[in-house]
Write a protein that binds this ligand. Structure first.
Ligand code: HEC
Ligand code: HEC
Length: 342
């Protein structure tokens, strides 16, 4: 090897070392500033937290859309309900807000939280007997719980509500889904629910906020809706709503009411008290959902606790509303091998 060649080789090795050092230095700097370039966002399952409206809103158009979704669902009467000046922009028909049932604006476990809800849609819906989208599910609550009309799928309101839901559960590890979804469980009671027994529970545990006539109480700024939402009468959910089902209402009540005292992990009422008081609040008049008889085109799929007909079984309307539900569950199991939970 002559001298020239040796120098050339050393120079080459040296430049290689410098290049490697440079790459290392650059990666260290990049790692410190943008770690996500080096691994896909791996969040520890237990560490993951839902996004919070107080500090996690992204900037720009996306953040504005999410914020709009938050307003629509927390002050619904003002943004898309009876309080809106332009009648064409009124979609919800009562002065409830979505968050009156989906507590803490869709984030509280035990109140059919929206954290992770996007992962459950599209899903099969017996009420329509087809696969339904998240937009159709939102409109289910618009037509029933809000006693209103559908938001067009392409409307900015619908896009904002869905963007808000999607953002709440952004990057949620699958393992955490159960923690947020659905309501408290209750044992399906053997006896029928009793509005008479429920009245006593209502007077001692609920009336102080929801009122003697279930009328609730307005917020100081009533354009924003209710402080304590009404439970029956003209300005609440209609007879086609999930909350009008005694079993569903009992699950909601057990995990969340009385407000400020009950949580899903630490309920105040027993299963039976929840069940009876659910019967009491649902024993009064409320708005009627049009065409409710067309729900559940396959009637065998109708939950036994659906309080409106028609049904394909020999049980009375009274029994479908208040139970006892066990004999109906047994009937469907024996006749059609269908196992019903509600
Ligand atoms: C009167 C109470 C009430 C109000 C108000 C209400 N909902 Fe609901 N919502 C329910 C109940 C009850 C369920 C569950 C029904 C069931 O599974 O039987 C539900 C379910 C849902 C679901 C599906 C949740 C899941 O985990 O699958 C979505 C999404 C939803 N509601 C959105 C909304 C939106 C958006 C609004 C406002 C426009 C709203 N809801 C207003 C009671 C309500
Ligand atoms: C301390 C006041 C308070 C008491 C007591 C209370 N609630 Fe509520 N309730 C609320 C508030 C507040 C909301 C709405 C929460 C929100 O908008 O964030 C609510 C929501 C509800 C809803 C869903 C909204 C609707 O209009 O359908 C039902 C059902 C309900 N309560 C039933 C009951 C029952 C039954 C009891 C008694 C076991 C009870 N509540 C006791 C304050 C109370």
């Amino acid at each position: 090897m002559n001298l020239g060649k040796a120098v050339e080789l050393i120079a080459w090795i040296l430049s290689l070392i410098v290049a490697v050092l440079l790459i290392l230095a650059l990666s260290t700097i990049m790692y410190q500033h943008k770690p996500e370039l080096f691994y896909s966002k791996v969040v520890e399952v237990g560490q993951w937290q839902p996004n919070n409206i107080e500090g996690d809103l992204p900037e720009g158009r996306k953040g504005k859309l999410i914020k709009f979704g938050y307003l629509l669902t927390s002050e619904s009467a003002k943004w898309m309900g009876p309080m809106v000046k332009n009648p064409d922009m009124r979609f919800s028909g009562n002065n409830l807000a979505c968050k009156n049932c989906h507590l803490d604006v869709g984030t509280r476990p035990g109140s059919a939280s929206w954290i992770g809800v996007m992962d459950r849609f599209p899903q099969f819906r017996g009420r329509e007997n087809k696969i339904g989208t998240i937009e159709e599910r939102v409109n289910g609550c618009m037509e029933r719980s809000m006693n209103g009309r559908n938001l067009p799928v392409e409307s900015s309101q619908m896009k904002a509500i869905v963007a808000y839901m999607e953002w709440l559960g952004e990057d949620m590890p699958k393992e955490r889904e159960k923690e947020f979804k659905g309501f408290a469980k209750i044992q399906m009671p053997v006896i029928a629910a009793s509005p008479v027994l429920g009245k006593a529970v209502y007077i001692s545990e609920c009336q102080v906020c929801h009122g003697e006539n279930g009328q609730g109480a307005w917020l100081a700024d009533s354009t924003k809706g209710y402080l304590y939402p009404p439970l029956w009468g003209k300005d609440t959910y209609n007879h086609g709503a999930g909350m009008h089902r005694v079993l569903t209402a009992a699950q909601f009540i057990k995990g969340n009411m009385p407000w400020g005292q009950a949580t899903i992990d630490n309920p105040k009422l027993t299963d039976e008290e929840s069940y009876h008081v659910a019967a009491y609040i649902n024993s009064f008049e409320r708005p009627l959902k049009e065409n409710a008889d067309q729900d559940f085109p396959d009637r065998k799929l109708k939950p036994v606790s659906t309080p409106y007909g028609p049904w394909d079984d020999p049980f009375s309307p009274e029994a479908h509303k208040y139970g006892p539900f066990k004999p109906m569950v047994e009937f469907y199991q024996g006749e059609y091998s269908i196992i019903k939970t509600k």
